[in-house]
Ligand binder design. Structure first.
Ligand code: G3H
Ligand code: 13P
Ligand code: ZN
Length: 316
């Protein structure tokens, strides 16, 4: 059942975080639903601009609607990840999305506010909630690459002003993480002091952590042993998710780790079966492994086991 992102946030705030997982294809979709059902967790499906144009945005919608029928007990929200104004308006008008992200964080401050305000106005008129971003994370997404010297951590005073003036419903903060597999080169980590300062200023307001993949060493080692060349990859320690959740981080975005599962499964499968060319055998392994990966993430997020309580909370 597709529900409002806001309702999921209300139940989770201060206790656990909702996993926000990106999907691009059928196998990820099946693995995602299975994993969340196996761990009895509410979740958020994220669709990026790149995912919408990978095949056709209608294909993703159709897959999600069908998965909803196959897994009638699932409780989830559908969210546009890192939208620009055009994509956000398109999703709002589609009537399919629970929430949209408007990412105007690369614009000057006042422009970011004005753009976010326009999206909020349209979204709220359709009862859709809006995630905005302030500060700039590093790393690579399909349409944007931010180098280390362009990274700006979120300033708590500015965050309060931004939320008040833009009217957004949740805020993605730059707190030291970055997108992709190469987050930390040394001993850096999540800036909890920034999250704490923002929560003090805006208690009860949902914060979002982007760039939350852990890039597990054993996954990287297995990929490299099967012919990959990932060097120096390092991510967020998943044991810190609950600490962040208690400080108001209510949505945790994870994508790269799922791509690593895909890469490991396919590299290992074809290395072990060089005579094979069929897509279904590794596809089956991938769906099972993706489901296992979701179960493990939900355990760290604290969302595992919350499904019945959420169902009661939203009265459905
Ligand atoms: O933050 C970005 C997400 O990982 C989505 O990546 O834009 O390549 O689909 P993408
Ligand atoms: P990762 O690249 O760490 O998985 O982050 C994903 C993300 O923030 C999607 O918005
Ligand atoms: Zn992101």
């Amino acid at each position: 059942m597709i529900v409002s992102t806001n309702e999921l946030f209300k139940h989770a705030y201060g206790k656990y975080a909702i996993g926000a997982y990106n999907i691009n294809n059928l196998e990820q979709t099946m693995g995602l639903f299975r994993g969340n059902m196996d761990s009895k967790a509410p979740f958020i499906i994220q669709i990026s601009k790149g995912a919408r144009s990978y095949t056709d945005k209608r294909m993703l919608e159709a897959m999600i609607r069908t998965a909803d029928q196959i897994f009638p007990d699932a409780i989830f929200a559908v969210h546009l990840d890192h939208g620009d104004e055009e994509a956000a308006m398109d999703c709002i008008n589609s009537g399919f999305y629970s929430s949209v992200m408007i990412d105007a964080s690369m614009k000057p401050y006042e422009d970011n506010i004005a753009t976010t305000q326009r999206v909020v106005k349209a979204a709220h008129a359709s009862k859709i909630t809006v995630e905005a971003e302030l500060g700039q994370l590093g790393g690579v997404e399909e349409h944007i690459s931010v180098s280390e010297d362009q990274v700006h951590l979120t300033e708590p005073d500015q965050a309060e002003d931004f939320v008040k003036r833009s009217g957004c419903d949740s805020l993605a903060c730059a707190i030291g993480t970055s997108h992709g597999a190469y987050k930390f080169s040394g001993a850096q980590g999540v800036h909890f002091e920034i999250i704490e300062a923002i929560q003090k200023k805006m208690p009860g307001f949902p914060l979002v952590m982007h760039g939350s993949s852990s890039v597990p060493k054993d996954e990287v080692d297995r990929i490299n042993a099967a012919g990959g060349k990932l060097k120096g990859a390092k991510g967020v320690d998943a044991t810190q998710f609950l600490k962040a959740a208690k400080l108001g981080v209510t949505k945790i975005n994870i994508d790269t780790d799922g791509r690593l599962v895909w890469c490991r499964v396919h590299r290992e499968y074809f290395k072990e079966h060089p005579e094979n060319f069929d897509l279904r055998p590794p596809g089956k392994v991938f769906m099972a492994e993706f489901a296992k990966y979701i179960v493990e993430k939900n355990r760290y997020l604290g969302s595992a086991g919350q499904l019945d309580a959420v169902r009661k909370f939203i009265g459905k």
